[in-house]
Structure formats: structure tokens, C-alpha cells
Design a protein around this ligand. Structure first.
Ligand SMILES: [Zn+2]
Length: 315
């Protein structure tokens, strides 16, 4: 009996010692790990000044690369014959994206060797405002707040003057620089009556029919006869006739804000004088009437008596 008790006692002692040893070892390991971890600095991204982020494209790319998920940004050096429209088209998004990620631009014209930022997918940068919250920004761009935060996974704090990326959205006009704001608003006034290749631009040119230098008061968009033409903005039809001098069959619309638009060389009219039309409403079909060498739409924008360059008004 005594022997059995002794054996049990020794076993109990053995188990207690073993368990204590394991527990003590684990405590030591955890403490050591904690010590090692605390010696590693907490990773925090540096903050940048608004001025530097705005003016240094390379810095902006570096800043965004550490914060934005699934969209890559790179610096592009402008080459001869580049323009924002062409570059955007190549990337598969609209020109609004290139304007939206390049808040340093003050005009739409880009120059050879100028450096601009190009993202791999569409969207815009939002310059963080003084009292911005994620909710507020999400509301401004009509985007889901979770999607916005997920996209900007590296932004732990909204710092005024820094940027977050808004996927798939157009830039906010009131946050642009004054010069861009005016140009952007001007382009938002009208929409292009149809899409096609610009066969002749605004200004002095050698007239294709007379062969003489003359002033072209609008743009020509080359399209096959019978292509639908839309009103560039809301307004009232003031001319809708088959015999409008060199325009041939044409429509004029008064937009009641000082602007009048002309649509020439049409083949068929779908509106009459006095009719109210809405922006984008189909008003006619294109053709080759009047003084032309081939089918196209002639489009003019006038303010008062002065013809303006439509390329500065449509996207
Ligand atoms: Zn023309």
C-alpha cells in the first residue's frame, strides 16, 4: 500500500512540475516576442504637404501607390501629337479621368515633355477638405462608403490637402482650380450632336469647295448620311429649312442663354420652327446638302454674333 501511495505521489509531483515548466516557458516566449515587437516601429505613412503633392507628379504617384488598391499610377512624359483625349482613349476611360487625377493642370492643352499622371483605371482624385469625413466624401461622389475605404486601404486618417482616389467618378467642379473650373463648366454647357471624326476644325482654312482661304465658323464631323443628330442643349428651334444658303438643309437652335447652335448639310428634319427641344433630343439626320464635298455634319456655336470654337465646348 505504501509503495502504491508513494508512486502516485511521485507521479502527481512529476505532472505538476512538467505543467509548470511548460507554462513558465510559454510566458517567457510571449514576453520575448512582445519585447521584439515593441522594438519594431509601428508602420505609419509619412504625411505630405498639399503643395508638394499638387506640384510633384512623381511624389503623387509614390503617395498613391502606398494607399490605393487595384489601381496603378504612373508618370507619363507627353510626346508630340499627344492630347488628353487620345491618351484617355488609349487607357479605355474618358478624358475626365486624366483631368481628375491631374489637378495641377490649368488648361486642356498639354505640351511635349510635360509630365502628367496616368492611372490604370478610371476615376478622380479628391483633395481632402478641412472637415471631410468618409461619409461626406462618399456622398459628394455618390459612391458606397465601404467601397471608397476599401479602395483607399492605406489611408488611415483624412489629412487636409492630401488626396484619396474616387474610382469611376468625375472630378468635382467646385474643387478644381479657377482656370480649369471655367473651362470645365464651359464644356458642360453643350453636348456633341453626334460622335465621329472631326474632318475640319474651327478657324482659317483652305475651303474644300472654293479652294480659297476662308474662315470656318464651326467644325465638320464626318459621318455617313442618315446619322442621327442630337440637340446640343435645351432650346427653341429658330430655323428648320431645306434651303439655308451654303448649309443646305439646316437647323438653328436658340438656347435662350445667349448661345445659338447651327446644324448644317442635313438630309432630313424632325423638328419645326418654334418647337422646344431638350438636350440630346434627335432633331435631324445628317447628309450632304448645301456646299459640300462629302457627307458630314457642320456644327456651329454662336454667342451673340460671334462664332466660337465648338471644340472648346464639347468633350
Ligand atoms: Zn463646316
Amino acid at each position: 500500500m505504501i509503495k502504491i501511495k508513494d508512486i502516485i505521489f511521485r507521479w502527481v509531483l512529476f505532472v505538476i512540475f512538467t505543467l509548470s515548466a511548460v507554462v513558465i516557458t510559454q510566458i517567457i516566449i510571449v514576453k520575448k516576442a512582445a519585447a521584439i515587437l515593441s522594438s519594431v516601429p509601428i508602420v505609419s505613412l509619412p504625411t505630405y504637404s498639399h503643395h508638394d503633392l499638387l506640384n510633384d507628379v512623381n511624389l503623387r504617384v509614390k503617395y498613391l501607390a502606398a494607399r490605393v488598391r487595384d489601381t496603378n499610377f504612373f508618370v507619363y512624359t507627353v510626346r508630340p501629337k499627344d492630347n488628353l483625349w487620345k491618351l484617355a482613349k488609349k487607357q479605355g476611360y474618358s478624358v475626365h479621368t486624366l483631368i481628375g487625377v491631374n489637378p495641377q493642370l490649368k488648361t486642356y492643352e498639354i505640351n511635349v515633355n510635360q509630365k502628367i499622371l496616368i492611372p490604370s483605371s478610371g476615376g478622380c482624385l479628391h483633395p481632402i477638405q478641412d472637415n471631410d469625413t468618409w461619409q461626406k466624401i462618399a456622398q459628394r461622389y455618390d459612391i458606397d462608403v465601404d467601397e471608397l475605404q476599401l479602395k483607399n486601404f492605406g489611408v488611415s486618417k483624412l489629412v487636409q490637402g492630401e488626396y484619396i482616389f474616387i474610382p469611376g467618378k468625375y472630378p468635382s467642379i467646385d474643387l478644381m482650380n479657377k482656370s480649369m473650373q471655367e473651362k470645365y463648366e464651359q464644356r458642360s454647357l453643350f453636348q456633341s450632336p453626334l460622335s465621329g471624326r472631326y474632318s475640319s476644325v474651327f478657324g482659317k482654312r483652305l475651303h474644300p469647295v472654293t479652294g480659297k482661304v476662308s474662315f470656318h465658323g464651326g467644325i465638320d464631323i464626318a459621318v455617313p448620311s442618315g446619322t442621327w443628330v442630337g440637340a446640343a442643349d435645351d432650346g427653341v428651334v429658330i430655323v428648320a429649312s431645306t434651303n439655308v444658303s451654303h448649309y443646305g438643309t439646316a437647323v438653328f437652335i436658340d438656347h435662350k442663354n445667349g448661345y445659338i447652335t447651327h446644324y448644317g448639310h442635313l438630309s432630313k428634319l424632325y423638328v419645326r420652327v418654334g418647337q422646344k427641344v431638350r438636350k440630346g433630343q434627335l432633331i435631324a439626320k445628317s447628309g450632304a446638302t448645301g456646299r459640300v464635298t462629302g457627307p458630314h455634319l457642320h456644327f456651329t456655336i454662336k454667342k451673340g454674333d460671334k462664332a466660337l470654337d465648338p471644340m472648346k465646348f464639347i468633350w
